[in-house]
Design a protein around this ligand. Structure first.
Ligand code: SF4
Length: 291
């Protein structure tokens, strides 16, 4: 397989064939994100993408799942995406589903008919980096998107039959905005009613604006027990969800939890309370955390 630079994918795509169709992220300005700092955004030529699919077809003919990287591959035009999805379908007869990272604006730029067509071509799940439901937190981290746009984007994708996995970031408001971040994230996720909610935990990356803010004492990193309390508050503020599979299985988290929010809220809160009572021994050691 041919890959350019750092390639990331959600934990649930661990068994998928990862196909880079873009390089980097077209936004690349979020203050906490260092993933693509050394990789300017570029659209990969179709010819190269077809060559990669042909190579993967020879090496992994039984591929059932594909994840389209990099950062926000949904920025590609619908025609190019359908071309890629058609190539995948003809290359992998057992193909079941294709996933992709998306920014809210990428979803909103597509028409309902575009999204329906992509769904028909097996684009089944979008991973959306919400980070926070708080307008103030989103403004400070330069997400360049409002909570209202995030909500509209998720609703639009779900109307097209595309499942949405929302990703929020513990600690991103720092100590100062933690309460606001937790409450507004819980409420916004409730309004979105997504199929999945994953929480990751902030890790400062040297070279990012947030790292600089932290060094200048303008941003306070939260302690593990404060982050668990923040997670507790997010879960507490969710309500009325149809289902919503909840996961904190990303390596950045101190405490891996899993459940279905509509059913397991009390169990998840009890697990958090136990971990808070037990202290550091119940948590993933700092040196095992990773992005
Ligand atoms: S967090 Fe997502 S949108 Fe923001 S810079 Fe990183 S990849 Fe791009």
């Amino acid at each position: 397989m041919r890959y350019h630079g750092t390639v990331i994918r959600p934990p649930s795509e661990a068994d998928s064939y990862i196909l880079q169709v873009t390089y980097g992220c077209s936004h690349n300005r979020c203050t906490f994100c260092g993933t693509y700092l050394d990789k300017p955004f570029r659209v990969r030529p179709m010819e190269e993408i077809r060559e990669d699919i042909a190579l993967a077809q020879r090496l992994m003919p039984e591929t059932r799942r594909v994840f389209l990287a990099d950062g926000n591959a949904l920025i590609l035009g619908t025609e190019k995406l359908t071309d890629i999805l058609d190539s995948l379908a003809s290359g992998f007869p057992l193909l079941r589903r294709v996933g992709i990272y998306a920014n809210a604006r990428d979803i909103l730029r597509k028409s309902d008919a575009d999204l329906a067509l992509l769904r028909l071509k097996r684009l089944e799940i979008l991973y959306l980096g919400l980070e926070s439901g708080s307008a103030e937190v989103l403004r400070r981290i330069q997400k360049d998107c409002t909570p209202a746009e995030m909500l509209e984007a998720v609703q639009k994708a779900r109307r097209a039959g595309i499942r949405v996995s929302v990703i929020a970031l513990l600690g991103i408001g720092g100590t100062a905005l933690s309460a606001q971040h937790a409450e507004e994230t819980g409420r916004l996720v409730s309004a979105m009613d997504p199929e999945y909610l994953s929480l990751l935990t902030l890790m400062l990356v040297p070279g990012t604006e947030l790292h600089r803010q932290h060094q200048a004492r303008a941003f306070e990193l939260m302690r593990p027990e404060e982050l668990l309390a923040e997670m507790r508050a997010i879960i507490t503020h969710t309500e009325g969800l149809s289902r919503c599979i909840f996961r904190t299985n990303h390596a950045s988290n101190y405490l891996p939890l899993a459940g279905t929010l509509s059913r397991d809220k009390a169990r998840l809160l009890a697990a958090l309370d136990r971990a808070l009572d037990q202290g550091p021994g119940a948590l993933r050691p700092e040196e095992w955390r990773a992005l």
